[in-house]
Design a protein around this ligand. Structure first.
Ligand code: ATP
Length: 324
């Protein structure tokens, strides 16, 4: 193999730039050409390519977002779109690509590989940590640090006013962010998609906290929590049933996806990029690189897509004990 492309696809996450840099530098190390593809699969269809050498990826390891830009491409979901993309890759002499993204991006890569027998590799980049085959996705650790810092600040104001705060964090299908920041920031309750706490239990728990002498409370709520009420409905419910607190809501939103990557994410991205390129050079295709028991391992893309990342039950128990 003489030429490998790299692209970022789907939602962006901190650490994607560090992974782009790692892919480009690993290619340079092995004397292979590296091509950056702008705007994910849409740029592949439009032939929006940029050669990357070891020096052109300087100064990006510490930057959030992705210098290659990301996109969602409807056209890539069609056989015609993928055919155009394939023609562009061939025209440029590209013989394999590394896609940094989530489940959807991996599904696209796998379909592309099956249609054209084209070598592909995946690097998991998403803050949600919702991918099977890795204990950490790129950007997850940074997001945890960002959110804990914000909740610390919210706690300052909550305790000055005897307030109860519902803080909504990202996580439609999985509660990894909510559970970890909940424990890390000392939340009273943590509502996640994996567990139905029930409104009544939430209320009892808040009342108990109040009686035990707490003057303020933070409840961390994942977007997709099982109670089925959004944070504003939760606020109404608690206000109707509990007069002890003034209740406020804070929806953190897209700030969770931004910011300079943590050292952990930079190191992880560097390791993943090396493994992705080296796996291609071993003649393999259709794997995702991931971190498992502190080793960089590969998992077949179809398993990574089908498998479910599991919530840490031990941490759920710790959270429970901490809210005594
Ligand atoms: P995020 O974590 O942000 O959800 P993702 O990679 O899962 O990241 P998606 O929008 O689901 O994000 O997918 C990114 C792109 O991958 C899509 O815009 C599309 O171009 C391609 N893709 C997703 N699913 C398919 C599919 N079934 N067939 C072909 N291409 C697909």
């Amino acid at each position: 193999i003489k030429k490998i492309a790299v692209l970022t696809s789907g939602g962006d996450s901190p650490g994607m730039n560090a992974a782009i840099r790692s892919v480009a530098r690993t290619c340079a190390y092995y004397n292979i050409e590296c091509i950056g593809i702008y705007r994910g699969y849409q740029g592949m269809i439009e032939g929006d390519f940029l050669p990357l050498n070891a020096r052109s990826v300087k100064g990006i390891i510490n930057k959030g977002g992705t210098v290659l830009k990301s996109a969602r491409s409807q056209e890539f979901r069609t056989p015609e779109g993928r055919k155009k993309a394939h023609e562009n890759l061939l025209k440029e002499g590209i013989e394999a690509f590394v896609v940094i993204g989530g489940d959807g991006s991996f599904t696209g890569a796998l379909i592309f590989n099956e249609e054209f027998n084209f070598p592909v590799m995946g690097i998991p980049g998403t803050i949600d940590n919702d991918i099977y085959g890795t204990s950490h996705t790129l950007g997850y650790d940074t997001a945890l640090n960002t959110v804990v810092e914000v909740i610390d600040k919210i706690r300052d104001t909550a305790s000055s006013h005897n307030r109860l705060f519902f803080v909504e964090v990202m996580g439609r299908d999985v509660g990894h962010i909510a559970l970890n920041v909940g424990v890390g920031a000392g939340a009273e309750e943590i509502l996640i998609p994996e567990e139905d706490l029930g409104l009544e239990r939430l209320l009892q728990s808040l009342k108990r906290s109040k009686l035990s002498g707490k003057s303020s409370s933070i409840v961390v709520v994942a977007e997709g929590d099982k109670i089925g009420k959004n944070v504003f409905e939760l606020k109404e419910y608690v206000e109707e049933n509990m007069t002890e607190y003034e209740v406020r809501v804070s929806v953190l939103g897209h700030m969770q996806r931004g910011g300079s990557p943590s050292c952990f994410d930079r190191v992880l991205a560097s390791r993943m990029g090396v493994k992705a390129v080296e796996t291609i050079l071993e003649g393999k295709s259709s794997y995702m690189v991931g971190l498992l028991s502190d080793k960089i391992e590969i998992t077949p893309l179809n398993e990574a897509i089908k498998g479910k990342s599991k919530i840490n039950k031990e941490l759920m128990r710790v959270a429970d004990i901490m809210s005594v």
